[in-house]
Design a protein around this ligand. Structure first.
Ligand SMILES: *[C@@H]1O[C@H](CO)[C@@H](O)[C@H](O)[C@H]1NC(C)=O
Length: 357
């Protein structure tokens, strides 16, 4: 017993999580697509959001896309595109990290099960354009911009795809889920299914997640950005996106900290419907399938013990064909980056399979 207690927990879990498999590397095509979108944003000149959005915004910006073909052929799935949208202060690496991708990459997992994926650096992240972080990059414009990317993909216009897609599965994390929610709320016919991770309408206390202007946090990487681009201050603040010690590999946190990206002031304050701690609108006309998933120690998505609050997410999707939620053990907010990521992927695959995707 003493011997077992003396074993360091983290290396043990890291060892246990080492995958027995090696996923084949998918064939991917990267492109910088020019996308035009229009939305009605908020007037944030006072520093806080007014009740209603009133400012029309139109713009054409380049977005870095990465389309990957599946590595196995599963009939029916080749025409079902998974669109992967990361959250705030991340880029495409959240859904497809270079660090131990056999454990952590949603893209590799999806490819190995027959699904094509479209991963991206969201607008204002990574190699995509960085428009005005206050007037342009807000939740309404983000939603309209992603909707345009989905239209492009659905019609076969994304580099490397060479075909239109019959079904679209939207996979979001955190702000990426809020944006997905905005899309199915405003354009309910564009998407067949949503997997919304790290998000519930009633948002919890973000705890130690302190954000500062990115140009101060890391002048080498972000020195050219205006101060409306912010990011988490250090690895300790970053750790508040994770579960307790032992649920993640410290080397993953170090990789994440070294590759962290930004979020805009406009995004942080413009998420609609913030009254009573509610973040994001209902999607009363969305008729597809909804799957809400969070890690059991996600401080943002879980406001009740064991994330029991996620059951009440169903009320926001009254016309949905189906609603389910799942809680992944031993995981915090950045659910994909935990040692239990393979459980998340198995859970999502099972849900997709049961719903005919
Ligand atoms: C915001 O919009 C709602 C619904 O259209 C309206 O009832 C309300 O008066 C508006 N609020 C303001 C401050 O204009």
């Amino acid at each position: 017993m003493v011997l077992f207690n003396a074993l360091p927990i983290v290396p043990l879990l890291v060892y246990l999580s080492r995958p027995a498999h090696t996923f084949p590397t998918p064939r991917c095509t990267e492109s910088l697509a020019s996308v035009t979108a229009s939305a009605t944003n908020f007037d944030l000149s006072s520093g806080s959001p007014p009740e209603n959005a009133t400012v029309p915004v139109t713009g054409t910006f380049r977005v870095k896309l990465r389309f990957c073909e599946p590595t196995v052929n599963v009939p029916g799935r080749a025409d079902t595109l998974q669109i992967l949208v990361h959250g705030s202060t991340y880029d495409h690496q959240y859904m497809d990290p270079d660090f131990e991708p056999d454990t952590y990459s949603w893209v590799r997992w999806a490819s190995a099960h027959g699904y094509p994926t479209l991963n991206m650096d969201r607008l204002a992240c990574g190699e995509s354009d960085h428009p005005d972080p206050v007037t342009v990059v807000q939740n309404p414009f983000d939603g309209a911009f992603v909707a345009q990317i989905i239209r492009l993909a659905r019609d076969g216009g994304v580099a490397g795809a060479h075909r239109p897609f019959k079904k679209i599965v939207y996979v979001g994390h955190s702000l990426g889920s809020i944006i997905g929610n905005e899309v199915i709320s405003t354009v309910p016919d564009l998407i067949d299914a949503v997997i919304l991770t790290g998000y519930g309408h009633k948002i919890g206390n973000p705890g130690d997640a302190v954000f500062l202007p990115a140009n101060e946090v890391d002048p080498v990487r972000f020195g050219d950005l205006p101060s409306g681009y912010v990011t988490s201050v250090d690895a300790e603040a970053r750790a508040s996106f994770y579960g307790p010690e032992g649920t993640f590999d410290p080397a993953m946190l170090a990789f994440d900290e070294a590759h962290k990206d930004t979020v805009t002031f406009g995004e942080l304050v413009s998420v609609t419907g913030t009254k009573d701690g509610i973040v994001g609108k209902p999607a009363p006309d969305f008729k597809g399938d909804v799957f809400t998933v969070a890690g059991d120690s996600d401080q943002f998505a879980c406001t009740e013990p064991k994330c029991a609050n996620l059951a009440s997410e169903e009320q926001f999707y009254p016309a949905a064909r189906s609603f389910e939620f799942a809680v992944i053990p031993d995981a915090g907010h950045c659910i994909n980056l935990h040692l239990t990521a393979p459980i998340l992927y198995k859970t999502a695959l099972n849900w997709l399979d049961r719903h005919g995707y």
